[in-house]
Design a protein around this ligand. Structure first.
Ligand SMILES: Cc1cc2nc3c(=O)[nH]c(=O)nc-3n(C[C@H](O)[C@H](O)[C@H](O)COP(=O)(O)OP(=O)(O)OC[C@H]3O[C@@H](n4cnc5c(N)ncnc54)[C@H](O)[C@@H]3O)c2cc1C
Length: 431
């Protein structure tokens, strides 16, 4: 397949607009974002979102057949990189996780009435959502084994179980809950997804969990991760998405492009971090020369640049391949880029902290906060070990075992080499 590295000029203009808009309207707010009153932010956010909508850049992750503008993954990758410069921009562009993934799930699995009720208001930014799969007492890396159950009782489903680390659950208007309905269908047809609206009796949000990113978190903050107990929590039958047992397949729908967007946002953050490293390196002197003139610092700069560029190309290629061949053709690659890029961004952030010394470690620069916020990367959305394992198994499938010596065993290859040489000599007329 032919491929090139050009972005079409019309879309390039939209990318330029995005970058200028984020740098002009959102980045300057960073030092006071935590202090802005929520009610005022809600109003300002709407006005910023309206500007994005007017540019046709809102909620760009959905395909046209699912109700979105259909930019495709490559364009979304370029957009996500710009959004990653300032993560709050996700909300302004309507691509915030976990809502974006939840909307993909609903777009694929919900019926028309369910879309009307939950998908379209979520896409318009009027309501928000969370996705509850992970549990404290079962490995989140293996969703084929869960403890939460849903059983049918007349016109209702009754949910019992325990979830945790559910992003935005304490502020969301509804939660998509992954629960076992068909134990006989293990490993992949055992679970279903239910919409549980906020405030449903029996759904108890126990707490928002303190994390590396927000150790002293206050309950009900956007971006928190909640622990939830379901005790005889009843939802009407029409709150089941798809058919009983569809949960695993539906949950996969939320992940495809999401890994590309996550990766590119991380790379946007990595590049901004490298900018901070380089500015410091050309500004500060140690032992009679600029930090930038010390070879080990040059190594940090060069290594970071090489890693970012290779990660970008790997991600772009995966996005391009997904646009051409579909998500199933790039399953292993999607895990590969997530596992690769999550390490690259943390390495670049870590080097930036190092080059900036005590200043880098302090909260006077944003890098330590980015590091704490991004450290979830190799864990969340399935740990990197799992993605690498899938990748390795995909690669290994291409190989067949051999008896005895390896194919490349030089002594074993000697007779064939001598025969080939005799053949070539004869063909060249050497006697
Ligand atoms: C910030 C953040 C937000 C999150 N948001 C959500 C959310 O909104 N909804 C939700 O449902 N979940 C969410 N999660 C949970 C996340 O999806 C899980 O943490 C992740 O899937 C790993 O599951 P676990 O934490 O139970 O780790 P475990 O499954 O217990 O794994 C622990 C470690 O064991 C190793 N391991 C596990 N399996 C394998 C394997 N097959 N091969 C090799 N090593 C392995 C890895 O080192 C892994 O890190 C979030 C997590 C974080 C950190």
């Amino acid at each position: 397949m032919a491929w090139d590295f050009e972005t079409d000029p019309e879309f390039e203009r939209q990318l330029v607009w995005m970058r200028e808009f984020i740098d002009r309207e959102i980045v300057p707010l960073e030092p006071i974002l935590g202090e802005i009153p929520v009610e005022e932010w809600t109003v300002v956010k709407r006005s910023l979102q309206d500007q994005v909508k007017a540019q046709g850049l809102w909620g760009a992750f959905l395909d046209p057949k699912l109700g979105g503008p259909g930019f495709g993954q490559l364009k979304l990758a370029l957009m996500s990189e710009i959004i990653g410069r300032c993560m709050i921009s996700m909300t302004i562009f309507g691509v915030q996780a976990p809502d974006s993934g939840n909307m993909e799930l609903l777009a694929h699995g919900a019926n028309d009435a369910q879309k009307e009720r939950w998908l379209w208001p979520n896409l318009r930014g009027e309501i928000s959502s969370a996705f509850a799969l992970t549990e404290p007492f079962h490995a989140g890396a293996d969703p084929t084994v869960i403890g939460t159950t849903a059983s049918r009782d007349g016109d209702e489903w009754v949910i019992n179980g325990h979830k945790w680390f559910i992003t935005n659950a304490s502020v969301a208007d509804f939660i998509l809950v992954f629960a076992e309905t068909n134990p006989e269908g293990r490993p992949h047809k055992h679970a279903s997804v239910f919409v549980v609206p906020a405030g449903t009796p029996g759904m108890n949000i126990v707490r928002d969990i303190g994390t590396m990113s927000h150790p002293d978190t206050t309950y009900g903050r956007l971006g928190n991760h909640a622990e939830i107990r379901f005790v005889d929590c009843r939802v009407p039958a029409d709150h089941l998405i798809g058919n009983p047992g569809d949960g695993f397949v539906l949950a996969q729908q939320r992940l495809g492009g999401g890994r590309i967007h996550h990766s590119m946002r991380w790379l946007g953050q990595a590049q901004r971090s490298l900018d901070i490293m380089c500015e410091r390196a050309v500004s500060r002197t140690s032992h009679g020369k600029l930090l930038a003139q010390h070879q080990m610092i040059q190594d940090y700069v060069a290594q970071s640049h090489m890693e970012i560029q290779s990660a970008r190309l790997l991600t772009f290629q995966t996005a391009w391949k997904m646009d051409k061949l579909g998500a199933s053709a790039v399953r292993a690659e999607l895990g590969m880029i997530k596992a690769f890029v999550s390490k690259v961004v943390l390495a670049v952030l870590d080097r930036t902290i190092q080059v900036c010394g005590a200043l880098g470690y302090s909260t006077d620069l944003p890098v330590e906060g980015w590091y704490r916020g991004t450290r979830f990367g190799p864990i969340g959305d399935g740990p990197d070990e799992l993605h690498k394992s899938v990748l390795a198994r995909t690669i290994l499938k291409r190989y067949t075992p051999v008896e005895g010596w390896p194919t490349e065993h030089i002594p074993s290859r000697r007779p064939a080499a001598e025969a080939k040489w005799a053949e070539l000599r004869a063909a060249a007329g050497i006697t």
